[in-house]
Design a protein around this ligand. Structure first.
Ligand SMILES: Cc1cc2nc3c(=O)[nH]c(=O)nc-3n(C[C@H](O)[C@H](O)[C@H](O)COP(=O)(O)O)c2cc1C
Length: 233
């Protein structure tokens, strides 16, 4: 199974270790593409909207493309982030902003409708829900049909400070999740995604999208006709 893991932090703390505990149980090193943010994408969206017309016109296209290509090539996407102020880290949020044209109202990628994803976060004491939901929301709008979220309260500032009992629990939970993900089942696209997609088809057909370029993209995919990204041709 090909995995792309994206860490919303450069350092190898609790969130990083949780992610590695998971992916190392599923795949060998040569099947894992790994990115650290901001190391591998050190920019914010400047709101120029050039990507609406042409992805390659984004000022940060070169860095972004490497990550998006790796995500497209993967069967499983894994995101890790520390919970910062009840939300994902700023570099992770920046990646989501810089990939907003992958959302269904714009130019979603067919491959996303066939992937599974896992969103992991650690927090010192509060809930991790704000961080994991913040990422999962974008993945849903990219069309990813199966998204697992998992968070751990580690009561520590780094992995070394996490008590053995907490580490044990995380390791067991990652083992269970790895087992679930390892089952060779294709994720099924849910009814809400299908309804949303149908609404986007209607919007593009009636020229209510953001740009004629988007409509041409939907047309080229065959989605303004009967083709659907979750159905193999
Ligand atoms: C800027 C910043 C904001 C934080 N915000 C929260 C928070 O809202 N809730 C919480 O429980 N912990 C918070 N923490 C603690 C981290 O979430 C916690 O230590 C986490 O496990 C760190 O993960 P890491 O080791 O992967 O960096 C914050 C830490 C920092 C540096």
């Amino acid at each position: 199974m090909k995995i792309t893991i994206i860490h919303g932090q450069n350092h190898k703390g609790s969130s990083y270790h949780m992610g590695r505990l998971l992916v190392d149980r599923i795949a060998g090193e040569n099947e894992i593409a790994e990115f650290f943010l901001p190391r591998d994408l050190n920019h914010f969206c400047v709101g120029c909207y050039r990507c609406i017309e042409n992805d390659a016109d984004c000022p940060w296209h070169a860095q972004k493309k490497i990550i998006v290509d790796a995500m497209e090539a993967a069967d499983l996407l894994v995101f890790t982030t520390p919970t910062y102020c009840l939300a994902p880290s700023a570099p992770m949020k920046s990646l989501l902003d810089l990939t907003f044209t992958l959302w269904m109202p714009h130019r979603p990628r067919a491959s996303m409708f066939r992937k599974k994803a896992v969103v992991l976060s650690t927090a010192a004491g509060s809930s991790t829900a704000g961080a994991t939901k913040g990422i999962a929301k974008s993945l849903f709008f990219w069309g990813v049909p199966k998204i697992y979220r998992y968070g751990a309260r580690v009561m520590a500032m780094n992995w070394e400070g996490v008590k053995p009992k907490v580490k044990d629990r995380i390791a067991k939970d990652m083992e269970k999740l790895a087992h679930t993900l390892g089952k060779n089942t294709s994720p099924r696209v849910g009814i809400i995604t299908k309804l949303l997609f149908a609404a986007m088809v209607a919007a593009q057909r009636s020229d209510s999208g953001s740009s004629p370029v988007e409509k041409a993209y939907w047309q080229a995919q065959g989605w303004l006709g009967k083709a659907r990204p979750w159905k193999r041709a």
